[in-house]
Design a protein around this ligand. Structure first.
Ligand code: AMP
Length: 417
């Protein structure tokens, strides 16, 4: 039996890697400029971390986690998102005792048992940031701005920031009650899972993909109408900063995001070119999460960007000038020059991309391989030239040949490539 690939996961083959490198390089350099440091947290954590943080009535926790029991009977889960692990690391390492503000970024795989489709996978990658210890609205702006800057640096078009506020522990209960009484009127139309949510967390009904619920959501109460004075001021300042920076945004009063820990600002960056899976970035503020995990009262916020979706977008635009390094191929006339070839390759490979041919085979066979692998130039060591310390170089595309001195091989190649 051939062993295939599990559903929803994919190989990232070498041809794809330039996209990954470009995105990672662009994001890292932007993160560093805004004074964020990298963190790498484990791929699996105790299941409880996500149940408590992401939220037990969310789709992620109810339906999508890869949970397993280890040999000692502990329940572990492959991380479905990055934030809980970062907060756990913050608490485990008592960062709050030494750093009033902690700004970190991560890049890595996440796992969700979702129905796979274009732009939706079971293993996917996110890069994102988390800020702990700042409650001021400027930092909400900064976090959104960083996400936008990454997309703009990659010359992504047709992006839109959608923003909303979910209020805080003061005003949220009123909104929750309003939602509950609204959906209670339609209880008979709700699925068992949404009925349970009605009791435990009516906000999560708004994530429902159920057709009937989707139409009910149209007239459901909206969190902006329930904000307390402080939350309203905070939201106004954030949107004001976005305007000052000339950053296009749209207030989307229906945006709630599918995770439980958000307070105040939530946002998504969407594009018109991705179809149904149109969100590339999602994020928001979580002022109670650290406390939920038993830590001090420390505010936080962050975003996550889906790398696979970003790559789909970049490919659609087909604008990406990823430059390929020229490939040199080293061949020899016969085995007498094997030693010389190894010596030369040692020097060449410190400077260029070089494939050394099958030196024990006839020159013809070596050149055939050079052609097949798409070498740009072939360097040939042969008897008449090597006596004079020269080597032949052939431009494989044009067929042009010339002899160059081995003494200044690197310099000559540098000017040619
Ligand atoms: P979320 O916090 O769930 O909104 O995720 C943030 C971003 O991660 C989304 O906007 C997507 O770009 C990406 N993402 C989330 N789930 C998946 C998935 N199953 N497959 C691919 N990308 C995803």
């Amino acid at each position: 039996m051939k062993i295939g690939l599990p559903r929803g996961v994919q190989d990232i083959l070498p041809e794809e890697i330039p996209y990954w490198h470009l995105i990672e390089k662009t994001a890292r350099s932007i993160f560093e400029k805004y004074n964020y440091e990298e963190i790498r947290t484990p791929i699996f954590e105790y299941t409880e971390l996500f149940v408590k943080g992401t939220g037990e009535t969310t789709d992620i926790v109810m339906k999508e986690m890869y949970t397993f029991t280890d040999k000692k009977g502990r329940s572990l889960t492959l991380r479905p998102e990055g934030t809980p692990g970062v907060i756990r690391a913050y608490l485990t390492n008592k960062i709050y005792t030494s750093k009033p503000v902690w700004k970190v970024y991560y890049i890595g795989p996440m796992f969700r048992y979702e129905r796979p489709q274009a732009g939706r996978y079971r293993q996917f990658h996110q890069l994102g940031v988390e800020v702990l210890g700042r409650k001021d609205p400027y930092i909400d702006f900064e976090v959104i701005n960083i996400a936008v800057e990454i997309l703009k640096s990659l010359e992504l078009e047709n992006i839109e920031v959608e923003i909303n506020s979910l209020g805080c522990s003061q005003c949220r209960p009123k909104y929750r009650e309003a939602l509950k009484s609204y959906f209670s009127k339609y209880e008979d139309l709700l699925s068992p899972i949404d009925k349970e949510r009605l009791e435990r967390n009516p906000l999560r009904i708004l994530d429902s993909k159920d057709e009937k619920v989707i139409s009910l959501k149209e007239d459901a109460p909206q969190p902006l109408d329930f904000l307390c004075e402080d939350c309203k001021k905070h939201f106004d300042k954030v949107t004001n900063y976005l305007s000052i920076a000339n950053l296009n945004y749209k207030i989307n009063p229906k945006l709630v995001r599918g995770l439980d820990y958000y307070t105040r600002t939530v946002f998504e960056i969407t594009t018109t070119t991705l179809g149904a899976q149109n969100a590339v970035v999602g994020g928001g503020r979580y002022d109670n999460l650290v406390e939920t995990y038993g830590g001090p009262q420390i505010p936080g916020l962050g975003f996550a960007l889906g790398i696979e979706r970003l790559i789909l977008l970049l490919k659609q635009q087909a604008k990406l000038g990823i430059e390929k390094q020229k490939l040199l191929f080293l061949a020899i006339e016969d085995e007498n020059y094997l030693k010389k070839a190894i010596e030369i390759s040692q020097v060449l490979q410190k400077n260029f991309k070089v494939e050394v041919g099958p030196l024990e085979e006839p020159l013809r066979a070596q050149l055939r391989l050079a052609d097949k692998i798409g070498a740009d130039f072939v360097l040939i060591i042969n008897s008449s030239l090597i006596e004079r310390n020269f080597i032949k170089i052939r431009d494989f595309k044009s067929g042009e040949e010339k002899n160059i001195s081995i003494d200044n091989l690197i310099e000559t190649l540098n000017t040619m490539l």
